[in-house]
Design a protein around this ligand. Structure first.
Ligand code: MG
Length: 260
């Protein structure tokens, strides 16, 4: 493995850096090795229900060196995507208060009626009233965008809760409209970060534990990809997948030696 031409490391968090509230062995040493070798790193998450501040607090609590510029959520990507592709369009959104603040920080015009676009996030504050309105607006021809296609979000004790993808499936069943997803495995988040940092995709590596989101996003954006076996994927998952990562390692700890 050769990191000499890699300038930007895009890191998944849950399953790659930590599991729930525990740091994965070697994660801190890996980040310190990135800093020592002057490599840029950004934590990239599909979760649009939390703010970048919430991730910053969690990573700092785990003693991971991190500032706001090191965090990129699918909610932030949505703000940039809307600004770039749909300036001056109005948005009705299904999402948390955190996502609302995120979208407002990108000066997105949020409306309650006649929107040009319906945006769906991982809405942990979802109500039937919001679904009813979203259906009506999609039926009236609004553009359908969503932050992430994950059907479920893992929580403690091997349980899970419905995520953005499941909410979108309900709307698709009702309206026959399908959304454009901005988060992983779409390449948009990587394209945005490549543009923002001025670092070409061939100088970027994506490291994550899920083939169908992390590795697929890197594959779609044509970056180097590394799958870690410290989270969801096993060697069997990788063998069965039509998409293969460039490298497979047990955990992020195994990558430290390549940074020396
Ligand atoms: Mg993960």
């Amino acid at each position: 493995m050769d990191f000499s031409k890699i300038e930007l490391f895009l890191l998944d968090m849950d399953g790659t850096i930590y599991l729930d509230h525990d740091l994965i062995d070697g994660a801190l040493d890996f980040i310190n090795a990135l800093i020592a070798t002057k490599k840029k790193y950004i934590f990239m998450t599909n979760n649009s229900s939390k703010s970048k501040k919430a991730y910053l607090d969690k990573l700092n609590f785990l003693k991971i060196p991190c500032q706001e510029e090191n965090i990129f959520t699918s909610g932030m990507a949505m703000g940039i995507y809307l600004n770039t592709n749909y300036p001056d369009k109005t948005v009705y959104f299904l999402g948390t208060k955190s996502l609302e603040e995120e979208l407002k920080s990108y000066h997105i015009t949020l409306v309650e009626d006649n929107p040009d676009i319906v945006v769906v996030g991982y809405d942990r504050e979802l109500t039937y009233h919001k679904l009813e309105k979203a259906c009506q607006f999609l039926d009236d021809g609004a553009i359908f965008l969503a932050t992430n296609c994950d059907l479920v979000c893992p929580i403690a004790n091997h349980r899970y809760v419905p995520d953005c993808g499941s909410i979108c499936h309900m709307l698709t069943t009702a309206t026959k409209k399908t959304p454009t997803y901005i988060g992983k495995p779409s390449p948009y988040m990587i394209h945005i970060l490549s543009q923002k940092t001025g670092i070409k995709v061939e100088n970027i590596v994506v490291i994550g534990d899920r083939i169908y989101t992390d590795i697929m996003a890197g594959y779609n954006a044509k970056t180097m990809t590394i799958c870690v076996l410290s989270g969801e994927s096993t060697q069997a998952t990788i063998d069965e997948s039509p998409i293969k990562p460039d490298y497979v390692v047990n955990s992020i700890k195994d990558l430290i030696k390549f940074l020396k």
